[in-house]
Design a protein around this ligand. Structure first.
Ligand code: FAD
Length: 478
C-alpha cells in the first residue's frame, strides 16, 4: 500500500524545506521530495536546494574568503600592520566553502528527523488525482507513488544558458562551475552584470583575476535606485572590475587555450574578449521539467512560472500550492522561505500575509548594496510626491574606524505623511542595516520614527538614522 501524507512538498530548497518544517510544526504528516545530490561525494541526496548547495551560502563563503585576502593584501597597511607576502591556496578556499555547505545540508537532514519529515529521494511528478488526494510519483533512489491531500511545489530554478554557448562548468560555467574553479583564472570573462555576475566576478577579482563583465542591457543594475547604481559602478570600476554595458554577444569559442568571446560594444564596434574561463550569469529559469503538471490540469505561464493567486500561493488545482523561484516575484531565498511558511499556515486554516513591498534585496559585493521598498525612479513614475534624505558613511566615525567609508544611505519618505517608501543602502554591512528599514516599513513607520529612535554610537546604524533626519533637512553630523 502506498504511503499517504497530509502534505507532500516537491523540492528541498529554502521554499520547500521551510514549508515542510512549518507544516510538521503545525501537526501535519509531511514528506519532502528532493532529487539532487549536488556535489555530495557519496552521491547522497542533499537538502537545501540551490541556495545552500550552489547559491547563497557557497557564494557568501567565497566572498568572505576573498574579502579577507584582499583586506590582508591591500588594506591592513593603513592600520600599521605589515605582513609578508600573502598567498592564497584556492583549493583550501574551495574546501572551506564545501565544508560549510556540507555542515548546513546535514543540519537540514537533522531538522527533518527532528520534525519527523519523510525525505523522498528522487524526482517527483504528478500522476493524477483520486478521492484520496494527489498521486505523486517518486523516481530515483526511492521508487514509489505516494498520496497527498495537499502538494507544495517548490522546485526552484536553474541557470539560464545562452544558445551557442555550451556550459561545461569547466571552461564555460554557470553559477555551479563559477563556485568551484580548481585554480584562479588569470583572465575571467563574465556575461551578465546582475547580482550573481557581480558577486562571482568580485570573488575572483579579489583573489587576482583580471575580470571583464559584458552586459547586454544599457543600464547598470536597472532594478536598483539609480543613485545607488551609479555609486556602485564608480566603486566597482575603481576596484578593477571592467564593466561593459550595452554589448551584443556574438560567437563564443572555447578550446584548450581558453575562451574567446566576440561581441559588439555599445558603440557598435566589433570586440574580442580572450579569457581563461567564462561565467554565464544571465538569469534563471523556473524548474517545471517533467513535473506532470498537465496530469492535474495546470499549465505554466509564458515565462515558465507556475501561476498562483496573489495572497495564498494557491494554484488553480485545489490543494496544490507553489512557492519560491518557480513562481512570480523576486528570486530570493528569504522570499521562498516566507512563502513556504505562508502556505503551511494557510493549509492549517490560518490567515498569514506577505507584504512583497517589504522584502529586502541584497547584493553582496563590497560595499554591499541593499534596499527595501520603492526606488526614486519608481516613485516618480507612479507620480508619488516624496522627499529624499541621504547620508554618507564617510561622515560616520565607526565606518571610518573600520576603513569602510564608501557609500551612503538614502531614505525616501512620503512628502505629506512622512511614511517611509523606500530605503537604499550602499555601504558596509548593508545586508544587516536594511533589516531596520524592513521592520520600519512593515510597521508603516515614518522617517520621523527612525529619526527619533536612539541608535547606538558609534555604529553604522547611525547612518540610517541620519538619512532619516536628512529627509527633513535635519541631519546632525553633516
Ligand atoms: P531552490 O533552492 O532552487 O530549490 C529547489 C529544489 O527542488 C532543488 O534542490 C531541486 O533539485 C529540487 N527539485 C526540482 N524539481 C524537482 C522534482 N521534480 N522533484 C524533486 N526535487 C526537485 N538568494 C538570496 O536571497 N540571497 C543570496 O545571497 C542569494 N545568492 C545566490 C547566489 C547564487 C550564485 C545563486 C544561483 C542564487 C542565489 N540566491 C540568493 C537565490 C536563491 O538561491 C534562490 O532564490 C532560492 O534558492 C530559491 O529557493 P527555492 O526553494 O524556490 O528553490
Amino acid at each position: 500500500m502506498s504511503q499517504s501524507f497530509d502534505i507532500v512538498v516537491i523540492g528541498g530548497g529554502p521554499g520547500g524545506y521551510i514549508a515542510a518544517i512549518r507544516a510538521a510544526q503545525l501537526g501535519f504528516k509531511v514528506a519532502c521530495a528532493e532529487s539532487n545530490a549536488y556535489d555530495d561525494p557519496k552521491g547522497e541526496i542533499r537538502l537545501g536546494g540551490t541556495c545552500l548547495n550552489v547559491g547563497c551560502i557557497p557564494s557568501k563563503a567565497l566572498l568572505a574568503s576573498s574579502e579577507e585576502f584582499e583586506k590582508i593584501s591591500h588594506h591592513v597597511a593603513d592600520h600599521g600592520i605589515t605582513v609578508g607576502s600573502v598567498k592564497l591556496d584556492s583549493g583550501k578556499m574551495i574546501a572551506r566553502k564545501d565544508g560549510i555547505v556540507t555542515k548546513m545540508t546535514a543540519g537540514i537532514q537533522f531538522l527533518f528527523r527532528k520534525n519527523k519529515i519523510t525525505l523522498l529521494k528522487g524526482h517527483a511528478s504528478f500522476e493524477g488525482k483520486n478521492a484520496d488526494g494527489y498521486q505523486v510519483k517518486i523516481d530515483g533512489k526511492d521508487k514509489e507513488v505516494v498520496t497527498a491531500k495537499n502538494v507544495i511545489i517548490a522546485t526552484g530554478s536553474k541557470a539560464r544558458h545562452l544558445p551557442g554557448i555550451p556550459v561545461d562548468n569547466v571552461l564555460i560555467s554557470d553559477n555551479e562551475g563559477g563556485l568551484k574553479f580548481d585554480s584562479i583564472p588569470k583572465k575571467l570573462g563574465v556575461i551578465g552584470a546582475g547580482v550573481i555576475g557581480l558577486e562571482l566576478g568580485s570573488v575572483w577579482r579579489r583573489v587576482g583575476s583580471d575580470v571583464t563583465i559584458l552586459e547586454a542591457l544599457p543600464t547598470f543594475l536597472g532594478a536598483c535606485d539609480q543613485g545607488i547604481a551609479k555609486e556602485a559602478h564608480k566603486i566597482f570600476t575603481k576596484q578593477g572590475l571592467k564593466i561593459n554595458m550595452g554589448v551584443k554577444i556574438g560567437e563564443v569559442k572555447a578550446d584548450k587555450k581558453g575562451v574567446v568571446v566576440n561581441y559588439t560594444d555599445s558603440e557598435g564596434k566589433a570586440q574580442k574578449l580572450e579569457c581563461d574561463r567564462l561565467i554565464v550569469s544571465v538569469g534563471r529559469i523556473p524548474n517545471t521539467d517533467k513535473l506532470g503538471l498537465d496530469k492535474i490540469g495546470l499549465k505554466v505561464d509564458e515565462r515558465g512560472f507556475i501561476p498562483i493567486d496573489d495572497h495564498t500561493c494557491a494554484t488553480a488545482a485545489p490543494g496544490v500550492y507553489a512557492v519560491g523561484d518557480v513562481v512570480r516575484g523576486p528570486m530570493l531565498a528569504h522570499k521562498a522561505e516566507d512563502e513556504g511558511v505562508l502556505v503551511a499556515e494557510t493549509i492549517a486554516g490560518q490567515k498569514p500575509h506577505i507584504d512583497y513591498n517589504c522584502i529586502p534585496w541584497v547584493i553582496y559585493t563590497d560595499p554591499e548594496i541593499a534596499w527595501v521598498g520603492r526606488t526614486e525612479e519608481q516613485l516618480k513614475q507612479a507620480g508619488i510626491a516624496f522627499k529624499a534624505g541621504q547620508f554618507p558613511f564617510a561622515a560616520n566615525g565607526r565606518a571610518l574606524g573600520m576603513d569602510r567609508a564608501d557609500g551612503f544611505v538614502k531614505v525616501l519618505a512620503d512628502e505629506k505623511t512622512d511614511e517611509i517608501l523606500g530605503v537604499h543602502i550602499i555601504g558596509p554591512n548593508a545586508s544587516d542595516l536594511i533589516a531596520e528599514a524592513a521592520v520600519a516599513m512593515e510597521f508603516k513607520a515614518a522617517a520621523e520614527d527612525i529619526a527619533r529612535i536612539c541608535h547606538p554610537h558609534p555604529s553604522l546604524s547611525e547612518v540610517v538614522r541620519e538619512a532619516a533626519l536628512a529627509t527633513d533637512k535635519r541631519a546632525l553630523n553633516m
